[in-house]
Design a protein around this ligand. Structure first.
Ligand code: DGJ
Length: 714
């Protein structure tokens, strides 16, 4: 049951009267957003504006313009504003003064605080919204903008968040990339000026830039010490995160990218910004991630408390080259080695223009009659008969010009008139702002997900916007495309999740282009990258794990990089385990390694996916990467060591164990022919294990070791 509590609700006129009548200092409202170890303090100034105290600062908010909580352009504030609006009469300035605050208790220790600000000269209001998760030190923040002016107000900047931090020794870790090279970290000292992270790709946030970052208040971020703040913008479109370093402060502004995105807000409409997710820790990156993961399992992704099954995908195994028999032939070996779901990837549809490569067929979602003469249902039935569930790949937002759909509806594609059409992967994006396109895409979803026996869907998106023209939106509303597209996409994703609650969904975007909590809340996992080389994945999964629990990271064993099968399996089983292998062609030795890894994964998946993650050895820095997971009752743990270069390493030092408990030590699925773990079958207290460590059985490059710790009763 929700309970409502109104702490402070004063009309601005009333407040102004009070401020005039009595000494301002005693009357100016102040409030704090409090979680277990974090607070954000605000204060109304004598001028009625809302000010905030910099995070981690001891002093009070100084009530000077640089300290404003949500600064507005055009009326005295001359640094990067959070809000820039052009009013109906052409006035380019906004002034926001505090009106009221409402707090609402929600379930699970969460509290919603809504702070209403109003322009004294215009019927224009901004509500700053904060949802605190007390236990997890997470604050979700967003902004709602509304007005009742005589015509549309143009929003030119509308940040989700605008937090102040002290400028001394403040480091930013951010992530850049490209296709198959996602999530490369850069850590740098923030210096005077404005550092901007952004993307202008429209239908995905990530690929080159990334809407996830870490701010570290005590120098370079450390795993187990120092004050750190993770920022994650829940938005799957163009974003901007600007770190404006000026004077006494750094202001972190994040939200939709203002680039070419002016939004004309009609009277009475509400513009709601994407949600910014902040997670605080005074004990370093490890604690920060564990809290964010716990939040994500409850609120950031679907079925966050259900360990994931083992999936077999055919993409790397067959690419476009398959038919019914080739796919059906994979089901028996899939079952034999222990996989639990089969995913049929791209290439199953299109008749006039068969989808036998990426040139044609996208948009024509009828099963290809030569490959699947009776459609998808018999294939799904065959999989189920052989003991594996069945899933399918779709890319509903896209069209190949070589398709029946494009022949019928050329105006449905996003292109610029008068310009040579620019294709990426031979395809265009369908204009989701157009209601007919929304209906069409919904029909793809219902036709495909409605096939009897469907259990899993991979939703792909293989291009971004480079020519953002909509023939549906009016000429003076073209700039709405960036925002309306993403909101229409979310509406479709939400409808899908609600209509098919039992179908598992994977978010994919030509590799890892959609790794954000905006879309992930409708999905169970995302595809981090097409690059499945395990030596690359060790580091990439480490970096994604700052923000996402490993259950959300699909990790498939492939032949990418031609690494030893045992190494590839160990890396993949440290996240959501899957395989992209032609099991018919796999050697008996490799098959046995895969089967052993799957069986090992099934023993520990509740620990790796639902337990706490401790990042032990950073693969960017040393000769290996190492992690361990601990179950919440601390009775079980799993340690992973991935050797990237030759060299007998020091023992791996696990963390998070119960010092008083005794644990038995057992290597899971050891590599064939390697000497046993020196402590195999021994029993040690958590204190001993955390003090002395465990020497893993790997010492040469491309060897790996997975150790299970189980608390004993005596
Ligand atoms: C891009 C994805 O990242 C791949 O895994 C695969 O599904 C292809 N698209 C299919 O076209």
């Amino acid at each position: 049951m929700k309970s409502f509590r109104i702490l402070l609700l004063a009309s601005f006129t009333g407040l102004a009267l009070l401020l005039n009548a009595q000494p301002a200092a005693t009357l100016r409202p102040s409030f704090t957003l409090q979680t277990a170890h974090f607070s954000l303090a605000f204060q109304v100034g004598a001028d009625g504006r809302l000010y905030q105290r910099a995070i981690g600062a001891d002093d009070k908010a100084k009530s000077q313009r640089a300290d404003e909580a949500y600064p507005q352009a055009g009326d005295g504030y001359f640094w990067e504003p959070a809000l820039q609006a052009v009013h109906a009469d052409g006035n380019t300035s906004t002034t926001l003064q505090y009106v009221s605050l409402i707090r609402t208790n929600e379930a699970d220790g969460r509290e919603l605080t809504r702070v209403l600000l109003r322009d004294p000269a215009y019927p224009f209001e901004v509500t700053l919204c904060f949802r605190t998760d007390r236990e997890r030190d997470v604050i979700e923040q967003w902004t709602e903008i509304q007005h009742h002016e005589s015509g549309a107000v143009t929003l030119e900047r509308m940040a989700s968040t605008s937090l102040l931090l002290p400028p001394h020794n403040l480091y930013l870790r951010h992530f850049s990339g490209d296709w198959a090279k996602e999530m490369n970290p850069t850590t740098e000292l923030l210096t005077p000026g404005t550092k901007v992270l952004d993307s202008k790709t429209g239908v995905r946030a990530h690929q080159f830039g990334n809407p996830n970052f870490i701010l570290s208040l005590d120098g370079e971020p450390q795993e187990n010490s120092g004050r750190v703040l993770a920022g994650s913008l829940a938005w799957s479109g163009s974003f901007q995160c600007a770190f404006d370093h000026f004077g006494d402060h750094v202001r972190a502004l994040c939200g939709v990218n203002p680039f070419a995105s002016a939004y004309h807000l009609a009277p009475g409409e509400t513009f709601t910004t994407p949600v910014m997710i902040w997670t605080w820790s005074a004990n370093g990156l490890g604690d920060m991630s564990r809290k964010l993961h716990a939040w994500a399992r409850d609120h950031g992704l679907r079925a966050g408390h259900e360990p994931r099954t083992v999936l077999l995908n055919n993409w790397e195994a067959t690419f476009f080259n398959f038919d019914f028999n080739r796919i059906a032939g994979l089901f028996a070996p899939a079952k034999e080695i222990g996989t639990e779901i089969f995913l049929l990837d791209d290439g199953w549809f299109g008749n006039k223009y068969p989808r036998t490569n990426d040139n044609a067929g996208l948009g024509d979602w009828q099963p290809n009659r030569a490959r699947l003469p009776d459609g998808l249902a018999p294939l799904a039935a065959q999989a189920i008969k052989r003991g594996v569930k069945f899933g399918i790949w779709i890319e509903p937002e896209m069209v190949n010009p070589k398709s029946e759909l494009f022949e019928q509806h050329p105006d449905w594609a996003i292109v610029q008139p008068q310009r040579k059409v620019e294709l990426q992967r031979n395809q265009l994006v369908l204009d989701l702002t157009r209601p007919a396109v929304q209906e069409f895409e919904w029909s793809i979803i219902t036709n495909t997900l409605g096939v009897p026996g469907m259990s899993y869907v991979k939703w792909d998106c293989n291009r971004y916007l480079t020519q953002p023209g909509s023939s549906y939106l009016a000429p003076d509303r073209q700039s709405h495309l960036w925002i309306d597209y993403v909101n229409a996409l979310y509406a479709m994703m939400e409808r899908t999740a609600k209509t098919y609650p039992n179908i598992e969904l994977m978010l994919c975007s030509g590799g890892g282009g959609r790794a954000d909590y905006g879309a992930l809340k409708y999905f169970h996992e995302f595809w981090p990258s097409d690059n499945t080389d395990p030596t690359v994945r060790v580091a990439m999964q480490w970096d994604y794990s700052y923000f996402f629990p490993v259950m959300a990271l699909a990790s498939h064993v492939t032949h990418w990089g031609h690494r030893p099968m045992h190494f590839a399996c160990c890396v993949a089983m440290s996240a959501r385990f899957g395989m992209d292998l032609d099991l018919v062609k796999l050697s008996p030795e490799d098959k046995a390694i895969c089967a052993g890894a799957i069986s090992a994964y099934k023993k520990i998946r509740d620990v790796t996916q639902l337990g706490d993650l401790f990042r032990l050895e950073n693969p960017h820095q040393g000769i290996r990467g190492a992690l361990n997971f601990v179950s919440t009752d601390r009775n079980r743990a799993a340690i992973f060591a991935f050797q990237l270069k030759d060299g007998e390493g020091k023992p791996v030092m696990p963390q998070g164990l119960d010092p008083a408990k005794k644990y038995s030590v057992h290597e899971l699925n050891p590599a064939p022919g390697r000497a046993a773990l020196t402590r195999e079958a021994g029993t040690f207290t958590g204190e001993e294990l955390m003090r002395d460590g465990l020497k893993p059985s790997c010492g040469k490059a491309l060897e790996a070791c997975v150790v299970e710790l189980t608390a004993t009763t005596n």
